[in-house]
Design a binder for this molecule. Structure first.
Ligand code: NAD
Length: 263
């Protein structure tokens, strides 16, 4: 796919990207740098962070290894990012985990672990970054929710609840933040062709006695466009939402799902 933006779309911006070692965050970091931003990337996989930094060009990327479920790590991340590239003007909350099971098999560890990272850590990191944006009266925050944050699906209650929480937070916080020139939006992808997307298809197949390929075919058949979304397509929507081109888009949950869910 051709990159639809130019190298000044995010010029002058410093974007913090969580989950940058994962499929969507990785693609978003590359897209943000191509759009002219300087980017702080964070994730837990040191090797992947170095690879991404090299791919993007060392000067534009600052990499920080961090476990976002740890308060101290979040504090250090935000502080070191601002020291390196100045005030953070854009935040992409992409770190997330899937998993869980049907409700009767759901463990407390799954339930709390999923909510801890997908919701609490996201909110607490956002609080830290928002302070600086509010002072400057400008900023854009994009939270990756999911179609699972808009409607329930079988065997997915823990993840779905965490993503409903992200959508609710996005809408309510957007009303506060826009009073200070900060835009908050969410993106809600359907199946994306990343490790997490493939694992979700695999688990669903296992629960229903189907191979990965059989479950993948069923997933594609259920999508009007007939295919999964690529991480680059999600990244393009993120760049748009981080840019001034989306200046009056506030509190939205932008679906990227080939027509799977419409409302
Ligand atoms: P991925 O598994 O490829 O990436 C997830 C990222 O989160 C990784 O970089 C991982 O290191 C990071 N992460 C997990 N736990 C962490 C922790 N404790 N501290 C720091 N980082 C941590 O998944 P992806 O497909 O790139 O997903 C990115 C986001 O998109 C997630 O929030 C996910 O819920 C959401 N999403 C994914 C899909 C899909 O089909 N792939 C669909 C809808 C929404």
């Amino acid at each position: 796919m051709n990159f639809p933006f130019h190298d000044k779309t995010l010029e002058g911006q410093h974007i913090l990207i969580t989950g940058a070692t994962g499929g969507i965050g990785y693609a978003a970091a590359k897209a943000a740098v191509a759009a002219g931003a300087r980017v702080t990337i964070t994730g837990r996989n040191e090797g992947k962070l170095s690879e991404l930094k090299q791919e993007c060009g060392d000067d534009n990327v600052f990499a920080v290894r961090a476990d976002l479920s740890k308060p101290q790590a979040r504090d250090q991340l935000v502080e070191s990012a601002a020291n390196e590239f100045g005030p953070i003007t854009g935040l992409l909350n992409s770190a997330g985990i899937g998993g869980g099971d049907i409700v009767e098999n759901l463990t407390e560890e799954d339930l709390r672990g999923i909510m801890e990272l997908n919701y609490f850590s996201l909110v607490e990191l956002t609080q830290l970054v928002y302070k600086g944006m509010k002072d400057k009266e400008k900023g854009a925050i994009v939270n990756i929710a999911s179609l699972s944050g808009l409607r329930g699906t079988h065997g997915n209650s823990a993840y779905s609840a965490s993503k409903f929480a992200v959508v609710g937070f996005t809408q309510a916080f957007a009303l506060e933040a826009i009073e200070h020139g900060v835009r908050v939006n969410a993106v809600c992808p359907g199946y994306v062709d990343t490790e997490m997307g493939r694992n979700a298809i695999k688990s669903k197949g296992e629960r229903n006695g189907r191979s990965y390929e059989e479950q993948l075919d069923l997933a594609k058949e259920s999508i009007p466009s007939g295919r999964l979304t690529s991480p680059e397509e999600v990244a393009n929507t993120i760049v748009y939402l981080l840019s001034d081109a989306s200046e009056n888009i506030v509190g939205e949950s932008v679906k990227i799902s080939g027509g799977s869910v419409m409302r």
